[in-house]
Write a protein that binds this ligand. Structure first.
Ligand code: ATP
Ligand code: MG
Length: 140
């Protein structure tokens, strides 16, 4: 399988509980390399742009408010089949439905405060990476 890059966010519920290192340990244990990483406080506008695909859904307001409520850690992860691999390590969107040993099963608070984001396809990964990182910020 090809080496890919995916975009990751450690969400506000992770930074609030000082779990950045614990989540990064899960990422690295899965064989994914953190090739770029920055802690940022997203503006409301940045969160709206990032989750524009969900505009109009019932949870959009709650999602944008949550993502801009406290610092997040934005990352680029690299590895074989990184997009699908990270989605597997994250677990299902709803932690109640997430498999044992996944980040969301072990750390997420709820379907909204679900600890991590990971890109769902190569096209979205490229767009999401470009929203937060310039090419020379990524060192593989
Ligand atoms: P992400 O895009 O963050 O990686 P995902 O692809 O598993 O998560 P999506 O369906 O894309 O899930 O939803 C995006 C995010 O919106 C979820 O991660 C969660 O934070 C929030 N969300 C989704 N469904 C709900 C809901 N029913 N109530 C509250 N928040 C929700
Ligand atoms: Mg998604």
């Amino acid at each position: 399988m090809a080496i890919e890059r995916t975009f990751s966010i450690l969400k506000p519920d992770v930074t609030a509980r000082n779990l950045t290192g614990a989540v990064n340990a899960r990422i690295e244990a899965a064989g994914l390399r953190i090739v770029a990483q920055r802690r940022v406080r997203m503006t409301r506008a940045q969160a709206e742009t990032f989750y524009a695909v969900h505009k109009g859904r019932g949870f959009f307001e709650e999602l944008v408010a949550m993502m801009s409520s406290a610092p997040v850690v934005v990352q680029v992860l690299e590895g074989e089949g990184a997009i699908a691999k990270y989605r597997e390590v994250m677990g299902a969107t709803d932690p109640a439905k997430a498999a044992p040993g996944t980040i969301r099963k072990d750390f997420a608070r709820s379907v909204g405060e679900n600890s991590v984001h990971g890109s769902d396809a190569p096209g979205t990964a490229a767009i999401e990476v470009a929203q937060f990182f310039a090419g020379n910020d990524i060192v593989g």
